[in-house]
Design a protein around this ligand. Structure first.
Ligand code: SD4
Length: 290
């Protein structure tokens, strides 16, 4: 089988490049995704990545992250939300999928589970980067809302035909403590079906979660739509329902089980894609759907 990978935003380029080499070397979709996302979450590099360690804090200054992973096989899902003190939330989400009888753990419960699994809780200072600490100081000074993008959503198809989707985010910058976005919610921030394909979303999670867009995209791909057409159709339907004026930021990436990738968005959206057939990692731009 030909492998493939796709990721949200221009900043997913190095992640998709790394997925390319892992998948080509026969590493499974889930292990590849976990490795790539965890590397980025844990990186101390300031700048483009604001997931995991270095994420934007909530309004009290604490970094709280959401992360999830879903395999195409029914019931293979694990997620954590509003998790603090752990630099690699995606690895805890994977443990929830593999080791817990539950699917989604939040806040203190997620942290207790992580500790039981051998993770070391870190001080909040270790979770902030220079950049996120600076952004928080600015927020405290002005109390303005920050707009920006941080969610890394990735879909990987391995050479054995397994598809997995993973997402990691620090959510809405300076959010209310305990706020959970779309990212760790199945059907909303991500969805996968081994017979059809997978999708991941990014944007305003408080609105996105009301529309289950990722489940909808996979359903449309099941009915025969291409990944591009399925994403476009879902965005257009939401625009029709809420109206142009009230439309919010929503970008969706998708991949079908043949390894074809696509995306659509309500705003200008860059995503990164690699297919083994073409073997070139591309940055592609989608104009806003109307
Ligand atoms: C959230 N959907 O928590 C995420 C934020 C996001 O790029 O996608 N940012 O609402």
């Amino acid at each position: 089988m030909a492998a493939a990978a796709v990721g949200t935003w221009a900043f997913s380029l190095p992640a998709v490049q790394k997925l390319r080499s892992l998948l080509k070397n026969g590493v499974g979709a889930t292990d590849s995704l976990q490795e790539v996302i965890a590397d980025i979450e844990d990186s101390e590099e300031t700048g483009q990545y604001i997931i995991g360690r270095g994420g934007y804090p909530n309004k009290n200054g604490q970094v709280q992250c959401d992360a999830a992973i879903m395999e195409g096989f029914p019931g293979r899902f694990g997620a954590v939300a509003a998790l603090h003190g752990i630099g690699t939330p995606i690895v805890v989400a994977r443990k929830v999928m593999d080791k817990s009888i539950h699917s989604l753990l939040v806040g203190e419960g997620a942290l207790a589970f992580a500790r039981e699994e051998g993770f070391m809780e870190e001080e909040n200072e270790c979770m902030l980067s220079q950049q996120s600490a600076e952004a928080y100081r600015e927020y405290l000074g002005k109390k303005t809302n920050y707009h920006g993008h941080d969610t890394l959503g990735l879909i990987a198809l391995d050479i054995y035909g397994n598809i997995t989707v993973g997402v990691s985010t620090s959510g809405a910058p300076f959010k209310y403590p305990g706020r959970v976005g779309d990212s760790p919610l199945p059907g909303c921030g991500l969805y996968a079906d081994c017979q059809v394909g997978a999708a991941a979303a990014t944007g305003e999670g408080d609105k996105i979660m009301c529309f289950c867009p990722c489940f909808h995209v996979v359903l449309l791909m099941k009915q025969g739509l291409s990944p591009n057409d399925a994403c476009e159709s879902v965005i257009k339907e939401i625009i029709n329902r809420v109206g142009d004026e009230d439309m919010f930021e929503l970008g969706i990436i998708a991949m079908n089980i043949k390894g074809e990738t696509g995306a659509a968005s309500s705003v200008q959206f860059t995503y990164c894609s690699w297919t083994q057939e073409k073997d070139c990692v591309e940055q592609l731009i989608r104009s806003p759907c109307q």
